[in-house]
Design a protein around this ligand. Sequence first.
Ligand code: ADP
Length: 160
Amino acid sequence: MRIGLYPGTFDPIHNGHMDIIQRAAKLVDRLVIGVAINPGKGPMFTLEERAAILEHETSKITETEVVVHAYTGLTLGAAREVGASVILRGLRAVGDFEVEFQMTAMNQQLDRDIETVFLMADPRHQAVASRLVKEIAILGGEVGPFVSPWVRERLLEKTA
Ligand code: ADP
């Protein structure tokens, strides 16, 4: 059974993440969405809230089994923990490449059995980032084009 790990902060999940999840679901038998605790990033949503939102949003996926797994520390450690042989990442425009290239090269040296696979961001979602979605929400802007209606409600609750 091929298990894939899709790690991120998901603060909160947006349409770009969702597109990667839907496509990744076709590639593995079980897709584990790794929610990084990442206190350094100062998330808007608590770990429990991010995980609950992810569970709600991925409940409609039928292509494969999807589970949400919170983790702290190295992504490689999380991959081993859940038995994943593949780490899936979304790749947006040039900015992501440099960071991902370096991280993957180092991970390769640490564990040759875990492969990282990149899915190119859909052009419609290239610019979407949780940081900007949160900024727009805080400033009272419309986040509807970037997140699901349900996530939009959660953002409105948070910023009310
Ligand atoms: P963000 O950068 O939006 O805060 P995360 O840190 O949660 O996102 O990223 C988790 C994964 O999702 C990373 O592999 C990241 O490259 C990918 N990702 C983020 N935004 C997009 C997008 N708009 N399209 C495709 N992949 C994305």
